[in-house]
Design a protein around this ligand. Sequence first.
Ligand code: ADP
Length: 379
Amino acid sequence: MENAAVLAHGVIERIGEAEGKHTYEAQTINEKIFLSDPIKNHQDGMDQIVALLMDNQTGVIKDKSEISAIGHRVVHGAESFQQTSIIDDEVLSAIKENIPLAPLHNPANITGIEVSKAIFPAAVQVAVFDTAFHHTIPAKAHLYALPYDLYETMRIRRYGFHGTSHHYVAQQAAKLLDQPLDTLNLITIHLGNGGSITAIEKGKSVDTSMGMTPLEGLIMGTRSGNIDPAIPFFLSENTDMSFKDIDTMLNKKSGLKGICGLNDMRNILSAVEEGDSKAKTALDMYVYQIKKYIGAYYAILGKVNAIIFTAGIGEHSDVIRKLVCTGLEHFGIDMDLDKNLGKNSSAREINKTNSPVRIYVIPTDEELKIAQETWKLIK
Ligand code: ADP
């Protein structure tokens, strides 16, 4: 960990589907391995990972005991967890208690923890919470204007997500600025399939666009983001949709996909070039919503040192970055269009030299951040 060298890296996808997707690369092999054997469940997925990690040819460890700790990204820590924690029985049961707040994510996280405890019994299991970085958001920004007892009894409030990513890119920005993070005001814009934007004051999260769940805020690939909260009741009264149907619609069939049928930004940008008017509407809505948040967060921060683009779209789409920053020059956000175009996978500055606010593209690295947090705790 002193060098943070990556020995092996991989992704398991399509768990439970007819064809699985397992990608693996390691220092010991020259080419990436792609496997499509079915992955029955999380246990099976983890077994496949361990098989490659310990294989004579592809492996990077000889014995399971070489792994001292395993860092897990746990989506919802709610109010119980404000920092990275070693997972003992108490922590595990608290993650279980938070299932109602993250019904899609926390059960999968628990399975991951249980499976890796079974496979690596000697390793310390550590939970790094996606919500933790946002625990500094004050009441005026984290409470919803609902009857207060809903907060007291059910903990209904804004939690925010992508915290590991927002925190990581903020730390990298502080390095680029060569100033301590706790002296900086930043707006971090994480644009992947899910998207969120965070206002950071003196290094601390003071507001973020996602809420009690990851549905609130920006328009996303398949999630609606902000809508009038009366719409679900209107639909329930005037259609035969159940609340479950509406929930599925808001999470899986809305956002960019809802407007134009496409949720992958690359496809949307190609469709716009081919003259698809719905794709153009979806793109305009996407950019508009990001601008609204930048304006709002600028107003609450007063002074902004830098705005930072990260995640799939933020890192790779010069088009989206340009559209978002166009018209913000009078805020001191002045993009250098040539620097914005450059294809480069490292952290970089894309503002004009005299721009009062820096504009950075910083590749996020949640895995590294999780490893660093885990290491810091067990050291
Ligand atoms: P996740 O939120 O699942 O981690 P990512 O951060 O990988 O997702 O982001 C996925 C999104 O990034 C997709 O919408 C994809 O189209 C978009 N993306 C990746 N590369 C590009 C690119 N070159 N131009 C535009 N969008 C891109």
